[in-house]
Write a protein that binds this ligand. Sequence first.
Ligand code: CA
Ligand code: CA
Ligand code: CA
Length: 169
Amino acid sequence: MVNSEYERRIAARFTTFDQDGNGHIDRSDFSGAAKALLAEFGVAARSDRGQALYGGAEALWQGLAGIADRDGDQRITREEFVTAAVKRLRDKPDRFAEIARPFLHAALAVAGPGDGTVTVADTARALTVFGVPGDVARSVAAALDADGDGTVGETEIVPAFARWFTVPE
Ligand code: CA
Ligand code: CA
Ligand code: CA
């Protein structure tokens, strides 16, 4: 039962994680997102950067499952996501940041030149790969560049991702 504005917003996050849209979040949503990002930026799955991205995606899945998959069936339903994830993460954005950091670190290496940053334009491109509509992706990418230097780095994207997940905008 979704009974608050906050929980309704968290339920919308579910749609983002359910990358293949089959109604639950599982490992394949994360490996699929990694595969799509590698394809978009022309990085081989067997390369170091490709393997790091798959490793980060697996860590993100394991971390999220550890929090939200209460019945342990390797699937996170919408209800599990809303009830468990909301209640356990609401006051712990730092914890979610650490769960997401390896994936985000690896994604920056895939989408950028390898110095830990990605241009705002390529950040928008990456968000589009994950299903964010183009106009939204462009405004989100611009907002992620908190210091306005034209690129997005780990210190900008990790806390932003944690806030997006844990705090209502
Ligand atoms: Ca899914
Ligand atoms: Ca479950
Ligand atoms: Ca920046």
